[in-house]
Ligand binder design. Structure first.
Ligand code: NAP
Length: 485
């Protein structure tokens, strides 16, 4: 299967309704992480092309914002339908460039499209306010308006959904977008642009630019025409972009790294907890920001949980994501694999034991065995740094207060999970966890209807749900006076 065979394959950037190469004709190579083979190239654009895209977006803004919410919604829904109609092709393209199992890719296409469907509806519900004025001849009116050009910078782990989660609300409320996808997974983004073109977005409203991350990022962050930057990626790059955006006082949303605690209490349903732990830890080969990073099992069920968790992990099938049987694909690249190896070796040196896995997979290349470590110490790197790979460290704890304090001992605050059947504990622990999201008796929480996002160094802002439009809107206060004449 070759990516060039797909009808949605595009190897150029989409700017102002045109498919273009880099001014310099430079290109970036894109590889299949399962085979390490080059699957194609995309343009290596820089500052000039980014400026072009921003100016095109800004030019398209008056026409796009002037459309009624219903008219914008019709185009978004058409985009949604085209994505669903092309689900299989989009999923195969995603697996080729990203490596995730084909069933996960299919799931991501539907999940990604659900944001477009949701925000196509939500666009019609951008309500304002009227507020009683203290003076009788006056009224206070509050209206909400689109911020303007939105820049989106997205990572490789969800090459489709991270784009739709940002662009659907922006476009729905009347903002044009410039998207910079990850260099390792550009084809999913370009395929989305091809479908957006077919759906009938006016030229310039949706632009995709590939190329030099820091040059494109600098321009997106410093150009005063960009009124909002929405970034998903590492905390390290997020902090750099936050500083750069300060120069033009842009609105920013930051969906950054995480270090999720996953707690199993004595009173939990252990079989359910094992299913949740597998989903949360090993989905996308552990390369998600909401992955369980620290699994805490209470004394009374520790042994039973570990034994069942190891058994379930042994049933995972590692391989090329295009194989329907595969449940664990490759890591995205050798650097990610090296980080996983480093975390495992470090934990072992500090006393951890391997319950299963613990080394590269016999398939070689970027494949690593699904791994569980027990007796992991607090000093181990894996206890505080994001591993972003298929390694589950399990820790033992005694009581609720202890585990809450362990769970909150992190600069990150994205996702957290716990399993319990005690209603009092469910309330107490949900409220005590310092995380933007809490999954109770589930290892999967993401959905278009719910607000996704983190606190502390995991980010700013929320995506999805009715809250997901706020970051793309400005609140305007109008004071109507002289109404008694
Ligand atoms: P990354 O290195 O920060 O890259 C993310 C995006 O930023 C890519 O498009 C990348 O472009 C671009 N980029 C890199 N350097 C840049 C710079 N100097 N200026 C502007 N843009 C720059 O992160 P990643 O390794 O792709 O993704 C993994 C991280 O994302 C993890 O920490 C994960 O937790 C986080 N994540 C968070 C969420 C969330 O919602 N909170 C969701 C998914 C992932 P190139 O690809 O061209 O380098």
């Amino acid at each position: 299967m070759k990516i060039t065979d797909f009808k949605l394959y595009r190897d150029k950037c989409f700017i102002n309704g045109q498919w273009i190469n880099a001014d310099s004709s430079e290109i970036i190579s894109v590889n299949n992480p399962a085979t390490l083979e080059e699957i194609g190239t995309v343009p290596k654009c820089g500052k000039n092309e980014t400026k072009l895209a921003i100016e095109a977006a800004n030019k398209s803004w008056p026409e796009w914002r002037a459309k009624s919410a219903k008219d914008r919604s019709v185009i978004l829904k058409k985009w949604y339908e085209l994505i669903i109609d092309n689900k299989e092709e989009l999923a195969q393209m995603m697996t080729l460039e990203q490596g995730k199992p084909i069933n996960e890719s299919r799931g991501e296409i539907v999940y990604g499209a659900s944001f477009i469907e949701w925000f196509a509806e939500e666009a019609k519900r951008i309500y304002g306010d009227t507020i009683p004025d203290p003076l009788t001849d006056r009224r206070i009116l509050v209206i909400k308006q689109p911020v303007g050009v939105v820049a989106s910078i997205t990572p490789w782990n969800f090459p489709n959904a991270m784009i739709t989660r940002k662009c659907a609300p922006a476009l729905a409320v009347g903002c044009p977008v410039v998207i910079k996808p990850a260099s390792q997974t550009p084809y999913s983004a370009l395929a989305l642009a091809a479908l957006a073109e077919e759906a009938g977005f006016p030229k310039g409203t949706l632009n995709v630019i590939t190329g030099k991350a820091s040059e494109i990022g600098d321009e997106l962050a410093s150009n005063s025409l960009v009124r909002k930057l929405s970034f998903t990626g590492s905390t390290e790059i997020g902090k750099i972009l936050l500083q750069k955006c300060a120069g033009t006082v842009k609105k920013v949303s930051m969906e950054l790294g995480g270090h999720a605690p996953f707690i199993v209490f004595d009173d939990a349903n252990i079989d359910d907890a094992v299913i949740g732990a597998i989903q949360s830890k090993f989905r996308n080969t552990g390369q998600t920001c909401v992955c369980a990073n620290r699994i805490y099992a209470q004394d009374g069920i520790y042994d039973e949980f570990c034994q069942k968790f190891v058994q379930a992990t042994s049933e995972l099938k590692v391989g090329d994501g295009l194989n329907e049987e595969t449940t664990s694909g490759p890591m995205i690249d050798e650097y990610s694999l090296e980080k996983v190896e480093e975390h495992v070796q470090d934990a072992i040196q500090l006393g951890a034991k391997i319950a299963i896995g613990g080394s590269k997979h016999s398939l070689g290349m970027n494949f690593y065995q699904p791994t569980i470590l027990t007796d992991v110490t607090p000093e181990a790197k894996i206890t505080s740094e994001e591993t972003f790979g298929p390694v589950a460290p399990v820790y033992r704890f005694k009581d609720e207060n202890e585990v809450i304090s362990l769970a909150n001992n992190s600069p990150f605050g994205l996702a957290s999970y716990f399993y319990s059947r005690d209603i009092g504990r469910i309330w107490r622990v949900s409220e005590a966890l310092e995380y933007g999201m809490v999954g109770v008796n589930t290892g999967l929480t993401s959905k278009a209807e719910a607000p996704f996002g983190g606190i502390k160094e995991s980010g700013l802002g929320r995506e999805g749900s009715k809250y997901g439009v706020d970051d793309f809107l400005e609140v305007k206060y109008v004071n109507m006076c002289g109404l008694d004449k």
